[in-house]
Ligand binder design. Structure first.
Ligand SMILES: O=P(O)(O)OC[C@H]1O[C@H](OP(=O)(O)OP(=O)(O)O)[C@H](O)[C@@H]1O
Ligand code: HPA
Length: 234
C-alpha cells in the first residue's frame, strides 16, 4: 500500500532509505501492482455522502442518483448509435462534468465515438437568461459536416441555448442532430425544445452543482442543489 504514496521518482538516497524501511519499490517498466481489493469494495477517499456545502440549502439530485441516471443514459445512447459513428459535442461550461461521465457509459460502443466541446452562454453572472446566446466563434463548424451529432447539455431552461445550437449544427451540415440533457426545466420554457434523452425533470428553481454554476461558483459539487437565498444577488 505504501508504494502508492511514492508516485514520483526516488533520488538515490531516497531509494536506499525506502528499501531500508522495507517500502516495496518498483522501477520504471515493471508492472503496476494490483490493489488487493476490487475497486467497488475499496473505501471511497471522501466521506459519503459529502457534507453539504455551507451555501447550499438542499440537495435536489444526489451524486448517487446522478451516477445511476447517467449510466442509464449512456446505455440508451449506446444502443441507438451502435451502428453509427457518433460525435458527442458537450456544451461548455455547464456540461463538462456530465459529458465526461456520459461518454464513459456509452455502450454498446458505436463504431467510432469522437468527443468535442463547444462554448455557449447566455446567463452571465445572473439567474435569468439574457436571451442572447453567445456562441463559440473559435469552434470549427466544418468538423460537424456529415456527422451524427449528439449535443450534450446540463440543463434546458428557456430553451434558447439549445434551439440556437441545434440550428447551428444543422446549418453546418450535420447528418443528424440529437440532444441529451441531464435536466429539463419545462416550466421555464420560452422556445420549443425537446431532448431525445433526458436525465431528470428539474423543478422550477435555480439549481447548481455537477458542472452547473451560479456566477461561476459551485460547478465542483458532486450533487445538484439550490443556493441559499442570502448568497444570491438580488
Ligand atoms: O435553456 P437556457 O435558458 O438557454 O439555459 C440553458 C443554458 O444555460 C446554462 O449556460 P450558461 O449560459 O449559464 O453558461 P455556462 O454553461 O458556461 O455556465 C446551461 O449550461 C445551458 O447551456
Ligand atoms: O437553474 C439554473 N442554474 C444555473 N444555470 C442555469 N442556466 C439555466 N438554468 C440554470
Amino acid at each position: 500500500m505504501e508504494l502508492l504514496r511514492h508516485r514520483g521518482s526516488f533520488s538515490r538516497t531516497g531509494l536506499r532509505q525506502a528499501q531500508r524501511r522495507g517500502v516495496p519499490v518498483r522501477s520504471l517498466g515493471q508492472p503496476v501492482p494490483q490493489a488487493s481489493q476490487p475497486p467497488h469494495s475499496r473505501p471511497h477517499p471522501h466521506p459519503r455522502p459529502l457534507p453539504l456545502h455551507p451555501e447550499i440549502s438542499k440537495i435536489i439530485f444526489s451524486a448517487e442518483e446522478i451516477d445511476a441516471r447517467v449510466a442509464e443514459l449512456g446505455r440508451l445512447v449506446g444502443t441507438d448509435y451502435s451502428d453509427r459513428e457518433l460525435l458527442v459535442l458537450g456544451v461548455l461550461k455547464g456540461a463538462f462534468a456530465f459529458t465526461s461521465d456520459l461518454v464513459r457509459h456509452i455502450y454498446p460502443y458505436p463504431p467510432s465515438l469522437e468527443v468535442d466541446f463547444f462554448k455557449a452562454s447566455s446567463y452571465g453572472s445572473g439567474t435569468v437568461s439574457s436571451g442572447r446566446v453567445q456562441l463559440d466563434s473559435g469552434f470549427k463548424l466544418d468538423s460537424v459536416r456529415g456527422k451524427h451529432v449528439l449535443l450534450v447539455e446540463d440543463i434546458i431552461d428557456t430553451g434558447n441555448t439549445l434551439s440556437a445550437l441545434v440550428a447551428v449544427m444543422k446549418g453546418a451540415g450535420a447528418a443528424s442532430v440529437r440532444v441529451c440533457a441531464l435536466l429539463d426545466k419545462k416550466a421555464r420554457r420560452r422556445v420549443p425544445m425537446e431532448a431525445e434523452y433526458t436525465g431528470f425533470e428539474c423543478p422550477d428553481e435555480f439549481i447548481v452543482g455537477y458542472g452547473i454554476d451560479y456566477a461561476e461558483k459551485y460547478r465542483n459539487l458532486p450533487y445538484i442543489g439550490a443556493v441559499k437565498d442570502e448568497f444570491i444577488k438580488k
